[in-house]
Design a protein around this ligand. Sequence first.
Ligand SMILES: Nc1ncnc2c1ncn2[C@@H]1O[C@H](COP(=O)(O)OP(=O)(O)OP(=O)(O)O)[C@@H](O)[C@H]1O
Ligand SMILES: [Mg+2]
Length: 313
Amino acid sequence: MVRRGIRVVVRCKRQQLTVEDGLYTHWIVDSFGGVRMTVISVVNMKGGVAKTTLATNLADTLVRRHQCKVLLVDLDPQFNATQCLISPEKYVKARSAGQPTIVNIFDDAPMAVSAVGGAKSQAPLVLKDIKPWKIKENFDLVPGDLELYRLEMGGGQGREQRLKRYLEAIGADEKYDFVIIDTPPTPSHWMMAALLASDGYIVPVKPEPLSRTGIDLLRGVVERFSQNYGHPIECIGVVLTIVETNTLVYREAVDFLDKNPVWAGKRYAASLPKRVKLARAQGNQALIFDLDDSDLKRGIAGIAKEFTERADG
Ligand SMILES: Nc1ncnc2c1ncn2[C@@H]1O[C@H](COP(=O)(O)OP(=O)(O)OP(=O)(O)O)[C@@H](O)[C@H]1O
Ligand SMILES: [Mg+2]
């Protein structure tokens, strides 16, 4: 909708578009405020395939390159995504100051004691009062917490619905374009909570023979999940990570994905090259765009572009 003479703003993933008709400047309508944010889980049943690396860098690239407002949710008890973004000192300080973590979303029982910093939550927080941490402008984080390991999440208590309810609760005030959820490599309750909250999922795959088992397992888990919960969820892509393009395993992985009836058409053209310096940099909270490596930057930029096209499409 374009209205004459009225400054109407359309946030098309936060890019303002203008149309001149000689008399008036028309801004595109702010229809985005009424549209739900897109929630995507980064999943693979296999460990060490760069789920966390993809989640953190995709989120950062959507902010830097696509003017998106992004919330990253660290739903892995290992809380690696959090460690990629926040130094241990800052994390402990913030926890000691009582800043909430992912545990507060799931913990509806009073007196949970944190493993880090000794912080206590005396009573469960109201979902909408659990404020994400600000990493930088337009980039927020629901940080992970080792406490997830200890938090029991019995079935039938509706806890697996809490992340979904949380995102709905904060979505009313915080207009995120995308929520990216980093998940653990096991088919746990946390994985179910992530999928239930998500519109779609993206699968990082490390080119190696065992990765076939991982994604076949994943397919079965997602299918069962969809049936059990009646929640359709779309695969919005498979991304090859830790890639060495001149190897046989890489060519075999491409071949497998492109010819497999389930995954054909899902593979992104862009991939993430293998770089030891990326692994090292993560310990210092550096992201791909902080590094001097044009191949890595080109890789994540291409992935983010395909991601926005598929997520919007
Ligand atoms: N492009 C890359 N080049 C080299 N090393 C990488 C690359 N991407 C990720 N790594 C390294 O590979 C390891 C696994 O990456 P990451 O933690 O992102 O995987 P994950 O799938 O999230 O693992 P987990 O299943 O344990 O959660 C890490 O040490 C990371 O630094
Ligand atoms: Mg991880």
